[in-house]
Design a protein around this ligand. Structure first.
Ligand SMILES: N[C@@H](CCC(=O)N[C@@H](CS)C(=O)NCC(=O)O)C(=O)O
Length: 201
């Protein structure tokens, strides 16, 4: 069998690589999903462009920066948005989601005595944030336009972690709830979620 065109290298985490994995899954594109053990990282680090993972190797080039990688994968697979304006809209929503991702990510990193406070900060932040996204979301289960884009996939990735902390976060937000359903109903994503190796946060 021919080698896949893309080689995604990261740790055994969802974190900063899952958006790209979801893009490839949704598009049905083969790629090599390389997960580096932590003890092998010091050897690899000096050979990465910015000393960080993830990287994507493609056509003899090594790309880094997780969102640049996911955006490139979306462009390559037709999931970036159909027009320049749709693409900008998707970029806008993806960039915005980082604020929600940040509030969610600090919970895991917080010391035990800070965790409850961090959860409260997420609970205080999420309703207003998600209310704005609900207004920006299209009516047919897609954040942008009338078909799947990487914005839906990034939203799904972050939101699935937020829902683990705040199970009612999408109550009363039917458009966003529909995006979650659209993503999990996508054949490629469903297949990926069914076979995904045990991958922490
Ligand atoms: N802005 C970068 C941040 C990448 C980053 O922080 N990667 C971490 C893992 S999530 C890393 O490589 N840590 C190991 C190190 O810095 O030596 C991105 O989005 O890709």
């Amino acid at each position: 069998m021919a080698q896949p065109k893309y080689r995604l290298i990261y740790f055994n985490l969802r974190a900063r690589a899952e958006a790209t994995r979801l893009v490839f899954a949704a598009a049905g594109v083969e790629y090599e999903d390389v997960r580096i053990p932590r003890d092998k990282w010091p050897d690899l680090k000096p050979n990465t462009p910015m000393g960080q993972l993830p990287v994507l190797e493609v056509g003899g080039v090594t790309l880094c920066q997780s969102m640049a990688i996911a955006r490139f994968a979306a462009k390559e697979t037709g999931l970036a948005g159909k027009t320049a304006l749709e693409q900008a809209h998707a970029d806008m929503l993806v960039d915005g989601i980082d604020d929600l991702r940040g509030k969610q990510a600090v919970i895991r990193k917080a010391s035990e005595d800070r965790k409850e406070q961090c959860k409260k900060e997420l609970a205080d932040f999420a309703p207003d944030f998600l209310g704005k996204y609900e207004k920006l979301c299209g009516p047919h289960g897609h954040l942008v336009g009338d078909s799947l884009t990487w914005a839906d996939l990034v939203f799904y990735d972050v939101m699935s972690k937020v829902l683990a902390v705040l199970p009612g976060a999408l109550d009363g937000l039917p458009r966003l709830a529909k995006v979650m359903d659209t993503v999990t109903a996508n054949e490629g994503v469903a297949a990926w979620l069914a076979k995904r190796p045990d991958t922490p946060h």
